[in-house]
Design a protein around this ligand. Sequence first.
Ligand code: HEM
Length: 408
Amino acid sequence: MSTTTGNTDRHHITDPPDFPGARSPRCPFDPPTQQADWRRARGLREVRLTNGRTAWAVTRYDDVKKILSDPRISADGRRYPQLMNSDRTEQPQAFPRMDDPEHARIRLTLTGEFTVKRVETMRPHVRSVVDRFLSELVEAGQPADLVHHFAQPIPSTVISLLLGVPYGDRAFFQTRSATLQFTGASPEDKKTAHRELFQYLVGLVERKETEPGDDLISRLMKERVATGEFTAREVAMNSLVILHAGHDTTANLIALGTLALLRNPQQADRIRETDDPRVVARAVEELLRYLSISQDLVFRVATEDLVIGGQLVREGQMLTVSVPSANRDTVFEAADTLDVGRDTRGHLAFGYGVHQCLGQSLARVELQEALPALLRRLPDLRLAVPLQDVRFRHDTATYGVYVLPVAW
Ligand code: HEM
């Protein structure tokens, strides 16, 4: 029997399966095995989320695009407080969990910082950060953990500098972010981690008011708080969102992407041997598509009764989007094959619609710099343990590996 309360339509009498579900140990890069069956079946699948509530899993490419662009489907976290980490009485709402026009008002104040043009000016800095951590990886001696020495520090350093968050505080913000990411953390632990991060950023924002720097927080204080457009607490919340979203995601893709390339050496060679940035850019898009790390991150709620993918979804019911499954749908030929030369136009790794990833240009530049530099500097890079000993992140909102021991 269905035991939980999220969906009120009770066509299913068996216990709903868990979302996102288990991945095959044989191919840890493939989406959870059962999602391929849901994708082929009619309608949507009722599933149980990690917090015990039920939702409709959306696994087909076309359905995902539809629900992420349908104004009757809401991202507003106030409609599903049970999935929120923040305490609404203490903190302002985070803009990714708002609908337009409220969401657009805040997002538009930030987009200028993340345009392709703006992010391109950061490429030389990103390159030097990559070089620095490559050297530190080599100095660490082999075997070394690629997550700790390379994948994690690159995006953390870049986002810290962009925001104006001291990199020396990384242990503080990385541990809180890890709790927010961990699907097994209790709601109390998540709320505490969120509150601590928020308070930390409130303190930082206050300091920037008197000691501004050349960074995003200082610019927001000067250009938006001084004009009355934002409160300082809203700046702290926007900074929290960017800090949290901006380091762990890219770190996971650098590490998982490296592992996928080590398991597909011919694909790695194509990246290592080219001097054409367009070839690298294309390869990065394919890694984004093939690995689609946002496994338990994209939630919505229906604001009225509607039919999606042949399924009646009632007002108030939750939807959980499987980006990994949608990106393996038949719109991509031989979708389960990693082919770094393929055309991946239209992939959904950064989502779709008004909430499409704000930091995608930055993530792209980081990946385009990190992966070829690693493969070229360490041409004999290899996994230092058997694949079955690698601990995959089945239990976090974005997929990846906890530790990646490598030798060269
Ligand atoms: C490989 C790296 C990344 C992946 C796969 C990724 C994926 C995503 C996805 C799927 C969404 C849509 C969520 C939804 O519709 O509910 C999203 C939104 C977002 N991402 Fe990323 N992201 C990455 C890197 C980044 C970086 C580097 C930043 C910041 C600098 C960032 C900031 C954001 C923000 C602020 C949103 C919310 C946008 C909104 O609601 O308007 N992301 N990301």
